[in-house]
Write a protein that binds this ligand. Structure first.
Ligand code: CA
Length: 223
């Protein structure tokens, strides 16, 4: 899941990036409203965290343009505590939720989870394949009822593969889901995470297959 952060205050942007990458989301950050508007036209983000006080084009205008394009992407606005009227305008313009600065990491993570859950239109929160169960809200996996110890990147890999169960996922798709544009992370890193996930899935009745030249696919183990 890719999340766009539009925030001109670099310390807040960094705090957001930290809070979100820690739980396995891929994050892209822009620092002005024009860049946010462009990014939202072209990229497949699952959520945008939008500061309202942005240079060049303010956050409310970015939001107005986004909704005018009928883009249904969930929007979480960041508002200054001393400007409650901004928050109301944002919600009126079609933002889904707001969070006042300063916010706690836990609060932010909870709001993001809730918005993404709503965005899935009530898709099953817990999916089960053979002996593997994945909780898409808590983002935890368990094998025969025992929690699988997965790092945030491993969780991200598993989540992307499970979203396309039985279908190929290219390394580029995994990279795109897991990393920001600007991070210099190569295919080798993805191979390492896939290898670890595959090892941890031993005995689950599902496995990650390598499809030469096409990437990976999670599927049932052949009987
Ligand atoms: Ca600002």
């Amino acid at each position: 899941m890719r999340i766009l952060i539009a925030e001109d205050d670099s310390s807040i942007a960094e705090a957001l990036r930290f809070a979100l990458t820690q739980v396995g989301y891929a994050v892209d950050a822009v620092t002005d409203g024009a860049a946010a508007d462009e990014a939202l036209k072209n990229q497949g983000f699952g959520l945008v965290i939008l500061d309202l006080g942005l240079p060049r084009i303010d956050g409310l205008e970015v939001l107005r343009r986004l909704r005018r394009r009928n883009a249904g992407i969930p929007v979480l606005i960041l508002s200054a505590r001393e400007k409650p009227e901004e928050k109301v305008m944002g919600l009126d313009l079609g933002a889904d939720d707001y969070i006042a600065k300063p916010f706690s990491v836990n609060e932010l993570q909870a709001r993001v989870r809730a918005l993404l859950r709503r965005g899935q239109g009530g898709a099953a929160p817990v999916v089960t394949y053979a002996d593997l169960t994945f909780d898409t809200i808590g983002r935890t996996a368990s094998l025969k009822g025992r929690t699988l110890p997965l790092s945030s990147h491993e969780t991200g890999v598993l989540e992307v593969l499970l979203n396309r169960f039985g279908r190929a996922v290219s390394k580029e798709q995994l990279l795109e889901q897991l990393y920001s544009y600007d991070k210099d992370v190569g295919h080798n890193t993805i191979e390492v995470y896939v290898h670890r996930v595959r090892k941890k899935l031993a005995g689950a009745g599902v496995t990650v297959r390598t499809l030469y030249g096409r990437g990976y696919m999670i599927d049932y183990v052949d009987q």
